[in-house]
Design a protein around this ligand. Structure first.
Ligand SMILES: Cc1ncc(COP(=O)(O)O)c(C=O)c1O
Length: 375
């Protein structure tokens, strides 16, 4: 999701990053140290993140888009990648820019995530990867998708941009395949811009780190001062030392921030369940939801009026995602697809304000406005 977080004039913003003294101090310290680019804070952040997710390696990057792109590049994926269309365009853009072919599968009507049956129907000898998108803070159907990936020897990529700290049967998303995370300000934790790739494969982690920094390894015995020799054509997708310091502090607060999101979601659920015509999110058994977004559904004929009424009342709302990727200009021309569930959900979904410090009275206010305007 790409909302800018600066529109604070409204009564209830859509999202608000939780940045306090600790973050300010961490950034100040790095600025004062003079080490501004990729440096020691990256190592600290990566080690803490890998340990939090429960994987062997984490590579810090400047976005989740870079993580998705490099996940594909490092695994030499150039064939077909099955993914949902009900996602932010970055998921599909990474596939195309990496030189692979997106195949869009349909979603489940309850969770808005990949329907394993639709995925299975798309598997051909050309398929090389399945990319699950953990929508809005909840894990997708990992067991079913992992089984398909294992059976057909496909790479399993988890676009976990929207689900940092979410769990599937007690284990974190991003630990089941190659994990890709976003630290954009609307996400569960932030570095302003930033991302992380997680893997248990040391060689892949090394290749991703290399690709993210011009393809130039750190020479152990350089023949002269300033010697830099690229071993592969790389990019500059590094996260700065400044942002890594910010991320390290945010990661320490992540569980507490996610818990606040869960409490806020329970309050919304409680108030909205009494209002006919509003479909609230479902937390599936064994899948800990961390509510990066709180999305509801209303009848498609009512949605635009509903959104305008909330906006008039000073409530910032959004839509994730419409149009779905397969109906966006570039994709509808190049990869025409028919996805009935995705298209239905995209016309009904609305994202309500959600952030760790949203106040109880703000949630009550949003729900009051909804009650008055749903008819
Ligand atoms: C599902 C999904 N994938 C990828 C991204 C891209 O993340 P970033 O902005 O860090 O590149 C986003 C962010 O909006 C997202 O929601």
């Amino acid at each position: 999701m790409q909302e800018n977080n600066s529109k604070m004039s409204c009564k209830v913003p859509l999202c608000k990053a939780d940045i306090g003294e600790e973050e300010l101090n961490a950034v100040r310290e790095v600025l004062a140290s003079g080490w501004l680019t990729h440096g020691p804070k990256n190592k600290e952040f990566e080690e803490a993140f890998a340990s939090y997710i429960g994987v062997k390696h984490a590579v810090s990057l400047n976005s989740c888009t870079a993580a998705l792109f490099l996940a594909l590049k490092a695994h030499n994926i150039t064939g077909e990648v099955i993914l949902p269309s009900f996602t932010f365009s970055a998921s599909a853009n990474a596939v195309v820019t990496a030189g692979a072919v997106p195949r869009f599968a349909d979603i489940d009507e309850e969770t808005y995530m990949l329907d394993p049956k639709s995925v299975e129907a798309l598997i051909t000898p050309k398929t090389e990867a399945i990319m699950v998108v953990h929508f809005g803070g909840q894990a997708g159907p990992i067991k079913e998708l992992k089984e398909l990936a294992d059976k057909h020897k496909l790479l399993f990529i988890e676009d976990s941009a929207e689900a940092i700290g979410a769990e599937y049967k007690g284990e974190k998303t991003g630990s089941f395949g190659v994990g890709c995370f976003s630290f954009f300000p609307t996400k569960n934790m932030t570095t302003g811009e930033g991302g992380m790739l997680t893997t248990n494969d040391k060689k892949i982690a090394e290749t991703v780190a290399l690709l993210s920094a011009h393809g130039i390894p750190k020479s152990v015995n350089p023949p002269h001062v300033g010697y830099r020799s690229a071993v592969m054509p790389g990019y500059n997708f590094r996260l700065s030392n400044i942002l890594a310091a910010l991320g390290t502090v945010q990661l320490k607060k992540l569980d507490a921030m996610n818990e606040k999101r869960r409490v806020a979601a329970a309050k919304y659920n409680n108030l909205l369940s009494a209002i006919p015509g509003v479909v609230t999110p479902v937390e599936k058994l064994g899948r800990k939801h961390v509510y990066q977004m709180y999305t509801v559904r209303v009848a498609k004929e009512k949605r635009n009026k509903f959104i305008l009424k909330l906006k008039d009342a000073g409530i910032e709302v959004s839509v994730h995602f419409n149009p779905p990727v397969h109906l966006q200009d570039y994709y509808k021309e190049k990869y025409p697809t028919n996805l009935p569930v995705t298209e239905k959900i995209a016309e009904e979904i609305v994202t309500l304000p959600m952030y760790p410090d949203i106040r109880e009275e703000d949630i009550a206010y949003v729900c009051d406005i909804i009650r008055e305007n749903i008819a």
